[in-house]
Ligand binder design. Structure first.
Ligand code: FBP
Length: 554
């Protein structure tokens, strides 16, 4: 019996498509430089921090018509942060580009994320090793991690490891934070004349690493197609049984791009968008009222079922919760080494926290069910933030709605029956086999990363554009990382960071939801996308999301 599934066997045969200029290998390219660039904001501070790498021009690659010579080099690659479908193809593209340029080129994979570089834990990539992972999901080829690379000591260690292995270029595959770290490391290497280039690749299913230059991060396409397939199946079930309200929390740490895209693909009854909740300063109680209103109106039409999409980060966008969570982040940090707190029972911990929080925040905390309180007190992520994937916001909404609806029933304002099911779609989509789009896009990002290395660039993000067109028409190039930065407060300190893209409430993607909201709430306009990640009609299978189509429509 084979130890791989029939689908995996089939996907291993898939040949990812490259943009036309890259198809003859990176040695046949010529870089075309644009104008000098500036950071999105806080230019003076950013230019001071990145004294040696600030302001570089954008670059695009064109076919040169001739083949340049190349000498053998060694490079390293790191997977950083949460998994996103297609990471393996970035590595495969990088590897193939290197070997096509010079068979003596060597690629080392650092194990377990950025700490693999500083701890000197690595594996040398061979064709045999990589071939098993082509077009597969996950990051298990070398593993990932969330260690931040930002200190002098870490950069020194990285330099020693690179020197030992003869590495002159590192490719970091990560999100906004990892690429901020890539920019810092690029700057440090230039400042210390280390002769090591650093190139980033835009990864995250959350879709919030995008801007004028980067159309989308990889993984967003597959994750949203996977969630949409599952939501469609639930819609079909809800419409068949007609007895449950399904509350579906959709991954996406902060921005609601994933929830919004999945909603546009499936047309559920209610879609909450965190950015809208924050902009309208809506409280949790107001959102509960809003959902209860739709449940009542549907019940009057004899429909005691429906679908509600809840973005993962929602809880942090309610103004009262945001303030409370921010106080709680500082407080839990202070309480970390406190023996009395650590040995206290759960109820005692709640009492300690309620006493220590400012009065208004304490009241908000006290109003929550014990399960949510306990989740809010769990460990923070490496940036000191609450881990929203571990908070059952969908269950919190259900609990509050049960109370609200039974009260309304007593008052005669609601005559329906409310039965619910809670779901969380996150990890199910994060490691799916990459869709055709992500398989092509990721392979191209990796291939193109080596083009940037070959022409001596550092502190750049690999960029493939024109993504709403077929791969033949994609454009390859590089964007200076400093161009995407601004200054933000992190753990009380001003830091340069790549600006996160949130859902634009005045943009065409949100407008599609807003214009259809009432119709989708009351009428059942469910769409059932099915499994279209790999095979099927090419307008959905090979091309990317509704979000990108709307953002780049002509
Ligand atoms: P990245 O930003 O590193 O890509 O990770 C995003 C994400 O998948 C979020 O959507 C989610 O909130 C988080 O990771 C979960 O983190 P963990 O893997 O640590 O549970």
């Amino acid at each position: 019996m084979s130890d791989i599934s029939p689908l995996q066997k089939c996907r291993l045969q898939y040949k990812p498509k490259l943009p036309l200029p890259l198809r003859n290998g990176v040695l046949s390219l010529k870089p075309v430089l644009g104008e000098k660039t500036e950071a999105v904001a806080d230019r003076e501070q950013i230019s001071r921090i990145f004294e040696h790498t600030y302001g570089k021009p954008e670059v695009s690659f064109e076919a040169s018509g001739e083949k340049n010579a190349s000498k053998a080099i060694n490079a390293g690659v790191i997977l950083s942060g949460g998994q996103a479908p297609g990471g393996h193809n970035v590595i495969a593209g990088l590897f193939d580009a290197m070997k096509a340029a010079c068979p003596d080129n060597k690629l080392y994979g650092f194990l377990g994320g950025p700490s693999g570089l500083t701890d000197g834990k690595y594996v040398e990539m061979t064709a045999e090793f990589i071939d098993k992972y082509r077009n597969t999901g996950g990051f298990d080829i070398i593993g990932s991690g969330r260690t931040k690379l930002e200190t002098e000591e870490q950069f020194q260690k990285a330099l020693e490891v690179c020197k030992k292995l003869g590495i002159s270029a590192i490719v970091i595959i990560g999100g906004d934070d990892s690429n901020t770290n890539a920019a810092l490391m690029a700057e440090w290497f230039v400042k210390h004349n280390a002769g090591i280039q650093v190139i980033g690749c835009p990864k995250t299913i959350d879709g919030d690493l995008k801007n004028k230059q980067i159309e989308i991060s990889f993984g967003f396409d597959t994750a949203t197609k996977t969630y949409a397939e599952l939501i469609g199946n639930i819609e079909r079930d809800a419409n068949s049984a007609k007895k449950y309200w399904h509350f579906i929390k959709i991954m996406g740490r902060s921005a609601s791009h994933v929830a919004l895209e999945a909603a546009l693909q499936t047309q559920p009854n209610i879609t909450l968008i965190s950015e809208e909740v924050a902009a309208k300063k809506m409280s949790l109680a107001q959102i509960v009222d809003y959902i209860a209103g739709i449940i009542c109106r549907r019940a009057e039409n004899g429909k005691n079922f429906g679908i509600v999409i809840v973005p993962e980060g929602l809880i942090e966008f309610f103004p009262e919760m945001k303030a409370m969570i921010s106080e709680l982040n500082d407080l839990t940090h202070e309480l970390e080494g406190n023996a009395a707190y650590n040995s206290a029972s759960e109820a005692e911990k709640f009492a300690i926290v309620e006493k220590a929080l400012p009065a208004e925040c304490s009241a908000v905390f006290a109003s929550l069910p014990a399960g949510i309180k306990a989740q809010l007190l769990m460990d923070r992520d490496p940036h000191g933030n609450v881990q929203v994937s571990r908070i059952d916001t969908e269950k919190l909404l259900i609990a509050m709605l049960e109370k609200k609806l039974s009260l309304m029933k007593k008052e005669g304002a609601y005559k329906g029956k409310f039965s619910s099911q809670a779901h969380f779609f996150g990890y199910e989509g994060r490691c799916a086999f990459p869709s055709n789009f992500d398989a092509d896009y990721c392979y191209s990002l990796g291939y193109n990363a080596f083009a940037l290395v070959n022409f001596g660039f550092t502190g750049y993000l690999s960029s493939i554009r024109n993504l709403t067109k077929p791969a033949d028409e994609w454009l390859a190039g590089g964007i200076p990382l400093t161009m995407m930065m601004n200054i933000e407060k992190r753990k009380g300190e001003n830091k340069p960071v790549i600006k996160k893209a949130l859902v634009e409430l005045d943009g065409p993607v949100f407008a599609r939801l807003e214009n259809n909201r009432e119709d989708w709430a009351m009428n059942d306009r469910y769409l059932f996308p099915g499994a279209v990640q790999y095979f099927g009609p090419s307008e959905v299978c090979d091309l990317t999301t509704v979000t990108l189509q709307l953002e780049h429509q002509e």
